[in-house]
Ligand binder design. Structure first.
Ligand SMILES: O=C(O)CCC(=O)C(=O)O
Ligand SMILES: [Fe+2]
Length: 257
């Protein structure tokens, strides 16, 4: 598969990784700790273009668990059309579920699904998800996580806006796709720790092992299953938390090339 020029803003950015990453050292860190954080993942021009796409050109949808734990998805116009009373009821249901256990509310863009259906044809995130399924990324991921059999990136773009969260879970997803590692590629600049939105690792329910601040052009790989969460983004947060998140797994490769 040849790599196409990536032109989110009429420029000629070609999606590619920073060639200077010390893969061997990063793989050693992952093998030792079960996670690794990698700065400067993409060259600056790619990271900047990606940030512009996420901040300005992505038709974010809303996804959440309702009071029965059912996943609900809304497109922007559907969210906007909800009567105030109904949206307040939904909000209360989300809170009730989150109080008890697993629940979430965030914004997302399903890159694979829209690529398959032809929706938003030509959107730059489609090239991103194709890149995440090309050998440059898959070879890199296989080397970092020390698993040479993973054959797919399942991925989506996410925005955690003020009020968004994802409670504690472990990313296990049955045996069908056999996820080996999660990745979170951050495109968030100048975040303050008080704004929440940290990726947190837990030991059981009680001990916080580690918390990662949203950052720009930094990827976090972690071995799954592992208990983790995205903490509530404060109502006073001054920015959105933008990421490309996904898993390296053994799924059927169904991303059109
Ligand atoms: O955005 C993150 O930091 C993690 C997201 C996550 O855990 C998930 O989508 O399963
Ligand atoms: Fe997760």
């Amino acid at each position: 598969m040849t790599q196409q020029a990536w032109k989110p803003d009429g420029g000629g950015n070609v999606l590619r990784l920073n060639p200077a990453l010390d893969r061997k050292a990063l793989a050693e860190a992952f093998a030792r700790d079960g996670f690794v954080q990698i700065e400067n993942l993409f060259p600056d021009d790619v990271a900047n273009a990606m940030e512009a796409v996420l901040a300005n050109r992505t038709p974010w949808r809303t996804i959440f668990t309702d009071n029965n734990g059912q996943v609900r998805k809304y497109r922007p116009h559907e969210m906007a059309a909800l009567p105030v009373q109904q949206s307040q009821q939904l909000q209360q249901g989300i809170f009730r579920k989150a109080r008890e256990g697993f629940a979430f509310l965030y914004h997302y863009y399903p890159m694979i699904e829209t690529l398959q259906t032809g929706e938003d044809a030509g959107h730059p995130l489609h090239q991103m998800v194709q890149f995440l399924n090309m050998s440059e990324w898959l070879d890199f991921g296989r080397e970092i996580i020390g698993c040479d059999t993973v054959n797919r990136s399942d991925a989506q773009a996410t925005l955690y806006a003020p009020g968004d969260f994802l409670t504690r879970h472990d990313d296990s997803y049955g045996d069908v796709v056999d996820r080996r590692a999660a990745f979170v590629i951050g495109f968030t600049r100048e975040w303050k720790s008080d704004w929440g939105g940290q990726l947190v690792f837990y030991d059981g329910d009680a001990v916080i092992e580690r918390a990662f601040q949203p950052r720009f052009n930094v990827v976090t790989f972690f071995k799954v299953p592992r208990w983790h969460a995205v903490t509530y983004v404060a109502p006073f947060a001054g920015a959105g938390r933008y990421s490309i998140t996904g898993w390296l797994d053994h799924g059927r490769v169904d991303v059109p090339g």
